[in-house]
Ligand binder design. Sequence first.
Ligand SMILES: Nc1ncnc2c1ncn2[C@@H]1O[C@H](COP(=O)(O)OP(=O)(O)OP(=O)(O)O)[C@@H](O)[C@H]1O
Length: 348
Amino acid sequence: MNDIVIKNLTKRYERGQKPALNNFSLNIEKGEIVTLLGPSGCGKTTTLRLLAGFERGDGGSIEIGGKVVFDDNTWIPPEQRNIGMVFQDYALFPHLNVENNIGFGYKGKDKKQRVKEVLELVNLTGYEKRYPHQLSGGQQQRVALARALARRPVVVLLDEPFSNLDADLRICMRVEIKRILKESGTTAVFVSHDQKDALAISDKVVVIKDGEIQQVGTPREIYQYPENSFVANFVGQTNIIDGTMGENNTVITPFANIKCYHTHDILPGTKVKISIRPDSFEVCPEGELEGTLIFTVYGGDTIDGVLQITNGIYKQNIQIHIHPEKDYKIGDKLKVKILPHFVAVLQD
Ligand SMILES: Nc1ncnc2c1ncn2[C@@H]1O[C@H](COP(=O)(O)OP(=O)(O)OP(=O)(O)O)[C@@H](O)[C@H]1O
């Protein structure tokens, strides 16, 4: 069952300008965690604001929990949409303690019990009487989430919730927030420009560019099988190589015939681009590509390397990941094998 159905949603802030959101359609299932991912200005916040009812669309429709909240003839205001919000800066009331922050605006008779429940859910039992300034960033964020969940909303909207956290805490909070959302069974829509956050937390990632959806898929689909160059480059690092579609899922490139896992049934003879992730190269003697190592960056758990491959007039630098135990030197000749599961034929 879908909790959110967005159909052909368009939003233009100013006449004559390109729309901030263009013909945007998306279904979100009950209990699903979805991240809207894209660069600054692509329309993520606009989508969130349209869902929340802080903005009105110019066309299209939005359904939340089986109820139309916006279309040509309908406008349901934010407070009647049954959504919870978690803002980037948490927006806690500084003069209220934790239990009063969480219970704020809760009208039910079971307020005390509900505050206790959500405090337990976010692992903050015992912190009821503390004020926001007496909490760490991660704890403040859990209070903000508890407040959003207290009213049992159909959906929680989270605007860049990890951006104020330092790197270690960020990793913990991704796990913790996912656990809390899954345990409560709440549908959630995140906004993020950070691909690591999106891949870690989501059931489904929606990659957006210039107000238009580029690809919707599971984190693995988005990373492993990007459909176009934008997605391939925006989500992780990649190498894009030109070639021609051959037989048996093989792409003929100037450097080698490269087996691909995902070819979209493109006909042989068609000019294509393929995306190969740096981690799909394995340095080994039987590798099909040969090149010269021209650059390395030691990163502890891996080494980022740049290999220059050539064939006559053709030359290309490719990014590879090298196992950190290997101590190759600049100028070394290396052979690399390509793992077909990480090679995607792009559709642009
Ligand atoms: N109130 C507004 N008036 C006019 N234009 C706006 C307004 N809000 C946003 N825009 C424009 O709409 C487009 C989408 O903006 P939006 O804030 O949705 O992007 P975003 O993906 O959330 O970016 P960021 O990651 O920087 O927050 C941008 O071109 C932006 O300049």
